[in-house]
Design a protein around this ligand. Structure first.
Ligand code: ADA
Length: 563
């Protein structure tokens, strides 16, 4: 299941989840899809290419939909290439047209190696796992089919409407069809078009909602839209999407959800689990969301890439706000000038927004975590990518998490580098300002003064009159390491530091809240962060098995006070 609800009443599909054959250098395994290769005995540290294979039975126009393959994929049917995709965290589909009836061999070459072809998937402070790690399915489509259905709710005074966008794709032959949109059992025509094979046309319209059920975190209520493709009076394809009627706005220093200021009690979370790598089954996703709620949280940040669409559906249903982030973490000026950086960033942003903009709980788009926002040469990149997000979705605020206040805050003279400013120089470009700070952990400044100084600096350097989020605070602890002297890496020390950091935020009503770094410990790429104990990022409040550290109780006591 790619989503938690049925996305079509017409289009036949079969799930491709289950046992596949995997081959690496002539060695074969039976592996479960979705899954990470690293969970296969003997493959815990494998980086490179592997071939996934299985048979499928079908005929006609077969659309193979993948929710996530890490990080590069080449798909073939009976040895003929259907398509390639770069980027682990967004889904894609490839089409095999006019397939003869019978059994066919589907092969997927999966590659997670680092190299010149990848500007965003680089050795980093999280693990780039390998595999078909999210669900996939085979759909049978007609001569034309719909894709990219997305819904944006709009409120004007007390009237609600939904902006609907959908794409028509040609699969085989030339088709002339009519596209309709059904909302509250009323049918509206979106247009008529002919598409050739491989062509894509987009349709859009704004339609009123006459009996609106308002979405709130406490009472999630959904509005469904079904788009239908009609040929000669017959419905040949359809797509269903849902949204929640709610408003979201950054106004002066507040973030308003349904007109009310919200304070974020959030967790940064990597898609990572000791047992499943980045391929968490639905039960583990639900457990994570239950744990977030139990710890007093109301939000999750998908650090540092778009998450599984199934997880986002669960967030909608369980009323957890989401900061969804495009892929990029800690890239230097040089890495941002990689010849493929812009192309791959644009692709990731586009695929994320076209896939996810209907989710009511996504309250903000994020991008470029801790990238080179001090470098003159990178400001145009921030401008361009923030502009791209705005052009694809003007209904949500945009932010990026930075860690560069000026030297007057850090007390450290910046390296006098040509073309670098003393601190972040892109804050004016976004709607909400977000800073990552680790007082007491990476430096010894007391939390209360330090966090306030950072915020004041941001306000004077492009962030005036904007909402402010502390997008990361935290400290490391190795699960089970207790120390009466509260040594570094002990659970005691982590708990104390988090308490100090959280108390500083609770008492600072001028911030819109916090995302704790991080929800659970995660694996990091050994190629880069070998220096971290256990080759893990140990700042989880829970360990990688979701066992609570001492800090969990402290967070559960304190977090609810941010309101
Ligand atoms: C950064 C970064 C995180 C993580 C964290 C840490 O702020 O955004 O991905 O690396 O630091 O643990 O140091």
């Amino acid at each position: 299941m790619l989503r938690t609800f049925a996305t079509s009443k017409i289009r036949p599909y079969i799930s491709l989840d289950g046992l596949w054959q995997m081959t690496v250098n002539n060695q074969e395994w039976q592996v479960y899809v979705p899954g990470c290769r690293e969970t296969v005995p003997g493959m815990e540290n494998y980086r490179g290419i592997s071939r996934y294979e299985r048979t499928v039975e079908g005929e006609g126009n077969l659309l193979f939909a993948f929710s996530g393959i890490s990080h590069t994929a080449r798909i073939c049917l009976d040895g003929k290439e259907l398509g390639r995709h770069e980027g682990a965290y967004t889904g894609f589909s490839v089409l095999a047209a006019d397939v003869k009836p019978g059994e066919h061999r589907l092969t997927v070459d999966v590659d997670n190696s680092f190299g010149e072809a990848n500007a965003l998937s680089v050795p980093n402070d999280y693990m780039t796992y390998g595999g078909i790690f999210r669900s996939c399915q085979m759909e049978t489509v007609a001569s034309a089919y719909l894709s990219h259905l997305r819904l944006i709710p709009r409120k004007n005074r007390d009237e609600w409407a939904i902006d609907v966008k959908v794409r028509l794709n040609g699969a085989s032959g030339i088709t002339s069809s009519e596209i309709y949109c059904i909302l509250e059992e009323k049918e509206y025509k979106l247009g008529t078009a002919s598409v050739k094979v491989g062509e894509q046309v987009e349709f859009s319209g704004r339609f009123p909602v006459r009996s609106p059920g308002i979405y709130s975190l406490e009472h999630p209520a959904f509005t469904y839209v079904r788009c239908v493709l009609r040929e000669d009076g017959k419905d040949i394809d359809d797509l269903i999407e849902r949204t929640g009627l709610r408003t979201i706005r950054a106004q002066e220093t507040k973030i308003l959800f349904n007109g009310q200021p919200v304070r974020i009690r959030g967790f940064n979370r990597h898609e990572d689990h000791a047992l499943f790598g980045s391929s968490l089954p639905p039960a583990a996703m639900v457990q994570d969301l239950q744990l977030i709620k139990d710890l007093g949280g109301n939000a999750v940040r998908t650090s540092h890439y778009p998450n599984d669409p199934y997880f986002l559906d669960l967030c909608d249903e369980m009323g957890i706000l989401v900061w969804e982030e495009s892929h990029a973490r800690g890239l230097s000026e040089e890495q941002m000038h990689h010849p493929l950086f812009l192309q791959q960033s644009r692709q990731c942003i586009e695929e994320m927004i076209l896939r996810d903009s209907s989710h009511p709980v996504i309250f903000i788009w994020g991008l470029l975590n801790e990238c080179a926002s001090c470098a003159d040469s990178c400001r145009p990149i921030y401008q361009e990518l923030i502009g791209l997000i705005r052009s694809l979705d003007d209904s949500r605020p945009i932010t990026y998490a930075t860690c560069y206040p000026g030297s007057e805050v850090t007390g450290q003279k910046p390296e006098a580098k040509k073309g670098y400013s003393d601190g972040d120089q892109c804050l004016d470009l976004c709607d909400v300002v977000s800073f990552n700070s680790y007082p007491g952990w990476y430096h010894s400044a007391p939390s209360k003064e330090y966090l306030k100084k950072v915020r004041n600096w941001a306000r004077q350097h492009g962030g005036e009159n904007k909402p402010y989020i502390v997008s990361e605070i935290g400290a490391g602890a190795v699960y089970g390491f207790r120390s009466r002297t509260k040594d570094k890496w002990s659970e005691e020390r982590q708990a104390d530091l988090l308490q100090e950091q959280l108390e500083a935020i609770i008492n600072d009503e001028d911030t819109c809240g916090v995302f704790i770094w991080q929800f659970a410990d995660c694996r990091v790429s050994s190629e880069w962060f070998y220096g971290r104990p256990r080759t893990m990022n140990n700042k989880g409040i829970l360990d990688e098995y979701r066992r609570p550290k001492l800090a969990a109780d402290r967070v559960r006591d304190l977090l609810p006070n941010i309101r």
